[in-house]
Write a protein that binds this ligand. Structure first.
Ligand code: CDP
Length: 225
């Protein structure tokens, strides 16, 4: 099987649309690999902040992206052999990630690293530009969204459960700011790709969304037999 024949389900969407949870469950249901591309941007933000690098310094950020020493496993993610699974999910790094993600050279430097996750029997990849840039030939493309208020509530619940000290008004503002930054940037902006299936999850629970994606995928698999 050549690499281009390995199936990819690409799932894009705005912050807190549930991509991560849904993508992981779809990958488990199909026995596929999983790529959470947002973590790469979060890791770069983490490394830059730790090294006191300005988030506008594109050259230094590109350099971090090229040399990013990270490993993904079922247990989580490491940076320079240190477990950063918990810390990298902190909102500080989510916000900083959306700032570093605006730099085209840094994005370019991550493309092959992301494509390397495409391994047999298949991959589920989530992010902002999985459908448009990283896997334009994906077998199935999904754009997952929900109203901004629902997304803020979901993120609030998620962070509260982790014991973070959070405030719903701040989260709503952060998500709106992030939506704007992710959508207006000139390189790989967040938008529904042509050919991708829109799923609005405002009134859907996780299981319904996962089943809908699996249904779409089995329709394609049946057609291609
Ligand atoms: O969990 P959430 O959706 O809030 O964030 P994430 O998926 O971990 O991504 C963090 C940030 O990285 C996003 O706000 C995007 O700006 C950026 N990102 C991106 O530009 N392209 C991707 N493929 C994934 C994330």
């Amino acid at each position: 099987m050549t690499i281009n024949n390995i199936p990819v389900i690409a799932i894009d969407g705005p912050s807190a649309s549930g991509k991560g949870t849904v993508a992981r469950l779809v990958s488990e249901a199909l026995g596929f690999y999983y790529l959470d591309s947002g973590v790469l941007y979060r890791l770069i933000a983490l490394e830059a902040i730790q090294a006191k690098i300005d988030l506008n310094d594109e050259e230094s950020l590109e350099n971090i992206a090229i040399h990013l020493d990270t490993k993904f496993s079922k247990r989580g993610v490491t940076l320079r052999n240190k477990d950063v699974t918990g810390i990298v999910r902190h909102e500080t790094y989510g916000n900083a990630a959306s700032k570093v993600a605006q730099h085209s050279r840094l994005r370019e430097a991550l493309i092959n690293r992301q494509r390397a996750f495409r391994k047999s029997p298949g991959l589920v990849a989530d992010g902002r530009d999985m459908c448009s840039v990283v896997f334009p030939d994906a077998t199935l493309k999904i754009f997952l969204t929900a109203s901004v208020e629902i997304r803020a509530k979901r993120r609030y619940k998620q962070l509260m459960e982790k014991g973070e000290d959070v405030n719903i008004t701040m989260i709503l503002k952060d998500i709106k700011d992030r939506d704007t930054r992710d959508s207006v940037r000139s390189v790989a902006p967040l938008k529904q790709d042509r050919g991708s299936n829109l799923i609005d999850t405002t009134f859907m629970d996780v299981t319904e969304v996962v089943n809908k994606i699996l249904d779409h995928y089995s329709e394609i698999s049946v057609k291609s037999i």
